[in-house]
Design a protein around this ligand. Sequence first.
Ligand SMILES: [Zn+2]
Length: 499
Amino acid sequence: MNKKYLLLLLLAFLVMNLQAQDQEKAILATFHSISSNDMLIDASVLSSAKFGGRLSGSPGYLAVAGWVADQLRQAKVKPGLSDSTYFQYFPNAYTEVHTPGSITLLAGKSNKRKEYHFPDDFYPGSNSASGSVSGEVVYVGFGISAPELGYDDYTNIDVKGKILLMETGIPYSANDSMQLKWEKYSYHRYKFQHARELGALGLLYVSKIANPNTSYLKGFVYAHVGEPVAEDLFAETGKKYAETHASITKSVKPNSFPLHKKVKITASTSYFPESRSCNVIAMVEGSDPKLKEEAIIVGAHLDAVGHPGCLFPGALDNGSGSVDILAAAKALAASSVKPDRTIIFVFFGGEECGLYGSKKMVETPVWPKEKVVCMINLDMVGNGTGLQLANGKSYPEILKHFEDANAKYIHRDFGASTARVSYSRPRTDGAIFEKAGYKTLHLFTSGTVKIVYYHAPLDNTDGLTPEIMEDASKLLYLGLLGLANDKAILPNSGRISAP
Ligand SMILES: [Zn+2]
């Protein structure tokens, strides 16, 4: 080798090195632009009264979808729909709850009238009919009639004209193939419809969380009560509520009986059956002529539970995840280092109503499924000290980019889990993608430091740790960039299959 050639080689090496250094500098500049301060401001906007608790289908939700689209447009994150818009619409009936309503114990054996209080004792039903019902209360366990499973909570119990006290969920808890046979009975909508068909007037649902994932049924008034109210209604029956509930789940045998008390439930609502809602979808286009045809999908649900009786701000669930992916999208669009593959950001609507938005997106994909590398979902990622990529261990080629980013720049406790087959009904947008055959991962926090107020009026920004949101977003930015530029990755291969 002559001297001239050696010198040229050295020069080329130096230039490459300088380019790599410049690139790292540019990446770090963007990385440091992600700020917990800005993210907390965005979370406050999402959680504010002007969006009314972001109930999917309501004017408040459609307004917040517009706000997110404006943010994306300003940050030059492109529309994700083929018609150059950000909005993917779907039907979404909703119910506006005007007041907390009331629950009154009219008479027990000792004939004491008693008012229960919002929000300590109960929340109004998110899809309750308007009006009032009163009647004898009957405890009906899980409210399930499953003859093929030898289980019926309504055997020898007349519920016509009665108010039911009912559990959510199913009495069977093992994660095995038997669970599949119980799945259809686990839906609130099944339970409501069935109770109604048997002639029940109304319902006290033992699960004090606001929940729009139910049905509006004409004349059917219901509310969510906490366990103390259930225990109160069990008084003088010789049984304890907590023990009765536990014994049904332990034995998987019904135990229904009248509580010998009369209750009145009132609600003030308006039902909007013809409404629609939307996903907000945006993308940072890939820069490699070939790899840009492959995409990574990152999602978080934007909707929350509205204002049943008062504002339920939905800051952690899921203002946090929405803000995390918004900040990552802005960073990727602003970065001078472009991803080779395309990255799609989706803010789902209708999650709380029954995963409507994710179902819409897998039924009407904006990107060919076989060209999708993976889907990463964020739900409640704003409270903690560590980060966790669920299912990551099953996809080491994906995990490594996030692990590396954390080890090099973020230094949080970082964990990953193995994908497991779930036999119960899907409970997250990620589960819908998983079921549809996408390689799916979930970013979570670990080391929760603040009290979680799930579907409650206190789910406000005080319950967030903005520092972990900043780091979740930084992790997404670096991890997504690494993954998008990894030539060795194959789209959507080697997925853990759903049952
Ligand atoms: Zn959620």
